[in-house]
Ligand binder design. Structure first.
Ligand code: FES
Length: 104
């Protein structure tokens, strides 16, 4: 089991990577997909299609357990308000192990 920790609330959600029912938004197994599964409030104005920045998160721990950033994510995350080196787009970032995020 892996853990998704949300710093804002201190909540910890356990899941089996690659085995969470797909909710239809963002990449399967992405931070957004997990957020929807666990009813975590994460905006996704474009429906998880990598064409906005509302699913922006800061990765505090576990970046090594995330999918690599692809070019389209690189393009959009750079436009996010308060973009930082640890910024990712939740809809594009697939979680493969323990990770701690903060929602700006
Ligand atoms: S929901 Fe729009 S880029 Fe992720």
């Amino acid at each position: 089991m892996a853990k998704l920790t949300i710093l804002n609330s201190g909540s910890v959600y356990e899941f089996e990577p690659g085995n969470v029912p797909y909710g239809g938004h963002g990449k399967p197994g992405s931070i957004l997909d997990l957020a929807m599964h666990f009813n975590i409030g994460l905006n996704h104005d474009c429906g998880g299609n990598c064409s906005c920045t509302t699913c922006h998160v800061w990765v505090r721990e576990g970046a090594e357990n995330l999918s690599d950033m692809e070019l389209d994510e690189q393009d959009f995350v750079g436009m996010a308000v308060d973009n930082r080196p640890e910024s990712r787009l939740g809809c594009q970032t697939i979680v493969k192990g323990d990770v701690t995020i903060e929602i700006p």
